[in-house]
Ligand binder design. Structure first.
Ligand code: HEC
Length: 111
């Protein structure tokens, strides 16, 4: 009776004769274009000081071109919703900067 119970185990062990093999292939990944340098513009230093702690500049730079009012609302959202410690003056300067760099035609991309 005991031999009958052991037999399937022996057969199962015999089946895994060779050592398990794993093979790895080299892989290449292409990262998306991630603009991280804030271009020159008015109050660039203020933007760097107030807007790059929680996300990289690419979060701002990859936004579609939007109006001044929309930038005011985005900065307002950073302050109210995400508690970004940005004072009123810096908020105005950040908006000026974003509007200025977005109206630079050399950076304009077709929509
Ligand atoms: C306290 C953290 C914090 C700071 C400081 C901050 N943000 Fe954000 N921001 C976030 C979070 C969280 C999101 C949403 C998630 C994400 O996209 O990473 C976000 C998203 C954004 C987006 C994407 C669009 C959107 O509306 O969600 C833009 C544009 C942006 N932030 C601009 C700014 C600007 C300009 C400043 C400087 C005034 C700033 N952020 C400072 C936390 C912050």
């Amino acid at each position: 009776m005991r031999a009958l119970l052991v037999l399937p185990l022996v057969l199962a062990l015999a089946a895994c004769d060779g050592a398990p093999t794993a093979s790895f292939a080299d892989a290449a990944i292409v990262l998306p274009d991630d603009p991280n340098e804030l271009p020159a513009g008015p109050y660039r230093a203020v933007v760097e000081a107030n807007c790059t702690a929680c996300h990289s500049p690419s979060t701002m730079l990859q936004q579609p071109r939007v109006s001044r009012e929309k930038w005011e609302s985005i900065v307002g959202k950073m302050r109210k919703l995400y508690k970004a410690p940005v004072d009123d003056e810096a908020a105005r300067q950040v908006v000026d900067y974003m509007v200025a760099i977005q109206s630079d035609v050399s950076r304009e991309t077709p929509q």
